[in-house]
Design a binder for this molecule. Structure first.
Ligand code: GUN
Length: 292
C-alpha cells in the first residue's frame, strides 16, 4: 500500500511556482495577486482561508483578505465583487463558501468575472471544463487529478466510483475523470443518496473518490483488493486534544488502507493539493494564460 503524500507533492509544486514568480519579478513584472473574501467566523472556513493566505506567501504572491461579519448584505458583497472585477491589480479572487443563508451563493458566484474566477465555480468555467476547453478548473478536482498523475495511478479504462455529486467536487471530478485525456478516459459512476446497490458498485471499483462528508462511510467490505482510494472528506469530529476536534475523512482509513494499492490520508492528502491548485490558477490568471 502506498500512502499518497499530498503535503509533499503540494510543497514541490509551491516551490516550482515560487521559482516562476521569482523569474517574473526579476523581469520587472509584478507578483500574482489573489484576493479572498471571508464572511463570518466559521471555523473550517477560517482555517481554509488562513492556509490559502499562507500558501500565497510561500509562492511569492501578494494576497488580500477581505472580511465581513455574518450580517453583511448581498448588495454589499456584490459591490465588493464589482470593485475586485474592475481592479487591475487583482489577478484572481475567491469568495469562501459556505455563505450565510440570506445570501444567494449562486448569485455571488455568477457576479465574479469568469476571467478572475480562480476557484473555477462560474458557469462559464464549469461549462468550458465540461467540453474540454481551456478554463480555470475547480481546485479540489484539479488537485485530485494531479495526485493521480504524479503517483502514476492509471485511469484509462478504469472503473471509477465517485461518492457525492456536489458542484465543487463530485460533479467536476467525474467530468475530468471521464474526459478524453490523461489522466481521464475512465468509466465513471457517480453515486448519491438515491443510488441503489452502492456497496456493490464500490466493491467493483478500481478507484473510489469519496466526497460525501460522512466520516468513515467507506468501509473495508466496500473496497476491492488493490483499489486506489482518494478521500476528500474533512469533517471535524470531537477529539481529546487542545482543539477539542480533529479532521476525519469519509474513509474508515485503518481498516481500508491494508486492502488498497494507494490511499490518501486525512489530513495531508487532498487538502494541500486543493490549495496548490488555487495557486496554479492564480499564476495562470496573472500570466493571462487562459483568458486575455
Ligand atoms: N468551500 C469549500 N471548498 C471551497 C473552495 O474550494 N473554494 C471556496 N471558495 N469555498 C470553498
Amino acid at each position: 500500500m502506498v500512502l499518497i503524500d499530498g503535503k509533499k507533492v503540494a510543497a514541490e509544486i509551491k516551490s516550482e511556482i515560487a521559482a516562476e514568480v521569482a523569474e517574473m519579478t526579476a523581469r520587472g513584472e509584478r507578483a500574482p495577486h489573489l484576493a479572498a473574501i471571508l464572511v463570518g467566523h466559521d471555523g473550517g472556513s477560517e482555517t481554509y482561508v488562513a492556509h490559502k493566505v499562507k500558501a500565497c506567501g510561500e509562492c511569492g504572491f501578494k494576497s488580500t483578505l477581505i472580511r465581513f461579519e455574518d450580517d453583511v448584505t448581498e448588495a454589499e458583497l456584490l459591490q465588493t465583487i464589482d470593485s475586485l472585477n474592475a481592479d487591475d491589480s487583482v489577478d484572481g479572487f475567491i469568495v469562501q463558501l459556505p455563505l450565510p443563508k440570506h445570501i444567494s451563493e449562486q448569485k455571488i458566484i455568477e457576479a465574479i468575472d469568469y476571467r478572475k474566477d480562480v476557484d473555477g465555480f462560474h458557469p462559464i468555467n464549469v461549462g468550458r471544463m465540461s467540453i474540454g476547453l481551456p478554463c480555470f478548473k475547480s481546485a479540489t478536482p484539479a488537485g485530485i487529478i494531479e495526485l493521480l498523475d504524479r503517483y502514476h495511478i492509471s485511469t484509462r479504462g478504469a472503473d471509477c466510483v465517485v461518492l457525492g455529486r456536489s458542484n465543487i467536487v463530485g460533479k467536476p471530478v467525474a467530468t475530468l475523470l471521464m474526459q478524453k485525456a490523461c489522466p481521464g478516459d475512465a468509466t465513471v459512476t457517480v453515486c448519491h443518496s438515491a443510488t441503489r446497490n452502492l456497496k456493490e458498485k464500490c466493491a467493483a471499483a478500481d478507484i473510489i473518490i469519496a466526497a460525501l462528508g460522512v466520516p468513515g462511510f467507506v468501509t473495508a467490505d466496500m473496497v476491492k483488493e488493490g483499489a486506489a482510494i482518494i478521500d476528500v472528506g474533512t469533517t471535524r469530529v470531537p477529539a481529546d486534544n487542545k482543539n477539542g476536534w480533529r479532521l476525519r475523512g469519509d474513509v474508515d482509513f485503518d481498516n481500508v488502507a491494508p486492502k488498497c494499492s494507494f490511499i490518501t490520508p486525512v489530513p495531508g492528502g487532498v487538502g494541500p493539493m486543493t490549495i496548490v491548485s488555487l495557486m496554479k490558477n492564480t499564476l495562470l490568471a496573472a500570466k493571462h494564460s487562459i483568458y486575455q
